[in-house]
Design a protein around this ligand. Structure first.
Ligand code: C5P
Length: 221
């Protein structure tokens, strides 16, 4: 049984849904690191902080407390004691999150938090650099991908279901733009770990992906 599991991959590959369901099936803690980058971005936007100003950013990070709480079976993020899971999905946050996630001070701040949290118990941690940088010693590293059009389609559907009015082409544009920034940044770029299990979810149902990964997690190889 593997107790330290990582899931990385580009936007819309199905990471959040799959990681949440896999963690539930294994009774592990689910850690959504994208939500942590989003919460920081939301804070900076809301406070009107220029994140290009390193001193202002440093002071802002000192004032940020992030934690997760399980509510109705879902892992919900809290920013300075206030639930912010809906706010962090706003278009404004989508547009700023990758530039914020490029900043070394932000990555260092979150890396420590993510490591401590993941190693405190059995966990499934999801993000972009978890298998490569945050938990390179994980027992099972998964890299989920899917074709860009499929990923944008999934994101668009998700946003529509939440009542967010946005065109498919805008979603596709944002997905491709974020992937480019995430994969080409110098600090902890999005890439599979050398020992990652690659899974293309384009033509798989969520259930198929979760069952496949569950078998990998419980296999004693
Ligand atoms: O997973 P999600 O799409 O919510 O992540 C939002 C953004 O946070 C990503 O596009 C990426 O820029 C950043 N991120 C990251 N490293 C992680 C998780 C997310 O850089 N481990």
């Amino acid at each position: 049984m593997k107790s330290l599991i990582t899931i990385d991959g580009p936007a819309g590959a199905g990471k959040s849904t799959v990681a949440h369901l896999l963690a539930k099936k294994l009774s592990y803690l689910y850690i959504d690191t994208g939500a942590m980058y989003r919460a920081i971005t939301y804070y900076l936007i809301k406070q009107g902080i220029d994140y290009g100003d390193s001193e202002a950013l440093k002071q802002a990070l000192e004032k940020i407390d992030l934690h997760f709480q399980v509510i109705d079976g879902a892992s919900v993020i809290f920013l300075n004691g206030k639930r912010c899971d809906e706010e962090i999905r706003q278009t404004m946050v989508n547009q700023h999150v990758s530039p914020v996630a490029k900043i070394v001070a932000v990555r260092l701040f979150l890396k420590k938090k993510q490591r401590d949290l993941a190693q405190s118990t059995s966990s499934v941690t999801e993000g972009r650099d978890i298998g490569t940088v945050v938990l390179p010693d994980a027992d099972l590293k998964i890299f989920l991908t899917a074709r860009p059009e499929i990923r944008a389609q999934r994101r668009w559907k998700e946003l529509k279901e939440k009542g967010i009015d946005i065109s498919y082409s805008d979603v596709l544009g944002n997905v491709i733009e974020r992937d480019t920034i995430d994969s080409t940044r110098s600090e902890a770029p999005l890439r599979p770990a050398d020992d990652a299990l690659m899974v293309d979810t384009s033509d798989m149902s969520i259930e198929e992906v979760v069952n496949f990964l569950y078998q990998k997690a419980v296999d004693d190889e």
